[in-house]
Design a protein around this ligand. Structure first.
Ligand code: C2E
Ligand code: MG
Ligand code: MG
Ligand code: MG
Length: 282
């Protein structure tokens, strides 16, 4: 009897596994087609200076315009793309699309704003600096148009190799920011060795401000670490005026979040930028 139920268990298990694998293969095949047929698009979430509430840049966030499923958020395909390695091709598309957009805005006479592109650990190879340089040149962009957001998981592998790649990127004039800061495992002793421009406080900490004392303590500690190390600091996921007030009082430089704006399609971001720009006659 025990043998029967074991066999059943195995049968169920492999059926579930097959379904999971089929689902993954379906997404992977779909994503490959999406890359080739223009179904990916970038949305742009403005980043604001806390001092004067002006737009100082934007984070480019990828979406998949699926013919049947509509607009698919990155959480539903980036982790799989990271697991299969397809994220490298997605990343190439994203860098290309962000630079093409920057060139369009530059040619339209808009002020230079920094577009931040998220880079996965698997894309952070010795080929990246050359690709970034070549892409900027091809679109006629000064490096101040581009920023790369990397997460702590990128930094966990081979520190010396990673720092070498970071140095080559910053030597181009492209800045680096450390995304989701505080959620990974990178040691503080390494932090001083990274040539980064900005620390990005993870949304999970911002969310607890001001009611959760630990989140407040963590956020203000990250801000003082950034200040001590001469880095800028931005908080992501700012949704309330209370959070904004706390961050401002704590000395945070920049903010990004639904309180100001959700990620916007390019045309809407351009509109917001023009309004912001005209508002103070820049
Ligand atoms: P992330 O880089 O930490 O990006 C911030 C995420 O928080 C975005 O979600 C953004 O829409 C969301 N967000 C911003 N402000 C708020 C807020 O006030 N409240 C709430 N609830 N959410 C807010 P999104 O666009 O769904 O992206 C999720 C993650 O997917 C990103 O996290 C990033 O890790 C990844 N991702 C997105 N685009 C790319 C890409 O082009 N390449 C790679 N490798 N990863 C990407
Ligand atoms: Mg990011
Ligand atoms: Mg983030
Ligand atoms: Mg995050």
């Amino acid at each position: 009897q025990g043998g029967d139920s074991d066999a059943e268990h195995v049968a169920f298990y492999s059926r579930d596994m097959n379904q999971g694998m089929q689902e993954r293969m379906r997404i992977e095949t779909g994503l490959r087609q999406a890359l080739g047929s223009g179904q990916l698009e970038l949305h742009y979430q403005p980043k604001f200076s806390i001092a004067d509430s002006k737009i100082i840049g934007a984070e480019a966030l990828v979406r998949w315009r699926h013919p049947e499923r509509g607009l698919v958020p990155p959480a539903e395909f980036i982790p799989l793309a990271e697991a299969t390695g397809l994220v490298v091709q997605v990343g190439e598309w994203v860098l290309e699309a962000a630079c093409a957009q920057a060139q369009t805005w530059k040619d339209a006479g808009l002020p230079p704003i920094r577009l931040a592109v998220n880079v996965s650990a698997r894309e952070f190879t010795s080929a990246l600096p050359g690709r970034v340089k070549e892409t900027l040149e091809r679109y006629g962009l000064e490096p101040c148009w581009l920023e790369l957001e990397i997460t702590e998981s990128t930094l966990m592998h081979n520190i010396d190799r990673v720092i070498g790649i970071m140095d080559r990127i910053t030597a181009l004039g492209v800045t680096l920011s450390l995304d989701d800061f505080g959620t990974g495992y990178s040691s503080l002793s390494y932090l001083k060795r990274f040539p980064i421009d900005t620390l990005k406080i993870d949304r999970s900490f911002t969310t607890g401000i001001p009611s959760d004392a630990s989140d407040c303590a963590i956020a203000s500690t990250i801000i003082s670490i950034a200040q001590q190390l001469n880095h800028k600091v931005i908080a992501e996921g700012v949704e309330t005026v209370e959070q904004l007030a706390f961050l401002k009082d704590s000395g945070c430089d920049e903010v990004q979040g639904y309180l100001f704006s959700k990620p916007l399609p390019a045309s809407e971001f351009e509109k917001a930028l023009r309004e912001d720009w005209l508002a103070d006659g820049r």
